[in-house]
Design a protein around this ligand. Sequence first.
Ligand code: GTR
Length: 335
Amino acid sequence: MKKIGLLCLVLLIAGSFIGIMAAGREAVTDAPIVLRLAETHSQDYPTTQGNYEFARLVEERTNGRIKIEVYHSSQLGEERAVLEQVQFGAIDFTRVSISPLSAFVPEFDALQMPFLYRSGDHMWRVLEGEIGREFLSSLEENESGFIGLCYYDAGARNLYNSRREIKTVEDVRGLKIRVQEAPLMMRLIELMGGVPTPMPFGDVYSALQTGVIDGAENNWPSYYSTSHYEVAKYFTQNGHTMVPEITVASSISMAKLSEADQEIIRQAAWDSMEFQKEKWAAFEAEAEQIIRDAGNIITIPTPEAIAGFQKAMEPLYAAQPAYVQDVIARIQAVD
Ligand code: GTR
């Protein structure tokens, strides 16, 4: 009798122990998967807004199982260093400009050649069409460590400096111009006659202020949001290149997720593009207005002067490997 009583007690204790364990396991599997996304811009910038939309869609479509935390304002580092960490799986996602990515995957030069796109619409037809999709999947196929998710708008890049008005390509001669850390951007400034100075985005303001560099190049929103417009008054709207933004995932991080969750992430990123484009258009107009109101010297080059900038880029086109030449021809053929 005593033995049966003891057995019951043991079974009872074991039973509740198993119960507690099971509850504990459930609590563990119920905890959301938290992933990190690195962004260089501030919280209200259109790309950051796009990242939040991406995160919102992922959370909604996984019923809260996957949360993406957005670390804006370079909290996780500058673009080049962040890309390295994404390759190692230390950061799960990042939104960067195609320029720094091209330092890792040179084929992407094909999407950032100077004077390549005829308009923003042309660029979007390329990116959302066959070519853009091909480039996203090529990252995975080439085992670059990145998985391409989507593109965002970054308008056109223009020259600005603190020294003098630039009306023609000849006026660039000798100016020290900061560029993104990408070989193509260095060559571009060199061919204009400038002295290219690569450095991280976050260092440009003080380099302009202290005169370490004479100028830089970027779109209206970045010229404004970084306050570069306060220390480099001369802005030339030459639109020498349109460099799309891109969001990539770490292959290592993605491999830890189910196929179904990976698909949700891909689709959510793609679906956040429209939202970002709208934010971009509004902010681009607003930034331009603020800069004009601030009294900066805005130069719009004549068509002949633009042709001069274009002509200076010819050696860059001629030097591209066959593969890039091929894609350029395909891009030009897109209506
Ligand atoms: C901006 C772009 C950033 C960064 C920056 C730069 O237009 O959105 O991601 O690449 O340019 O010049 O470093």
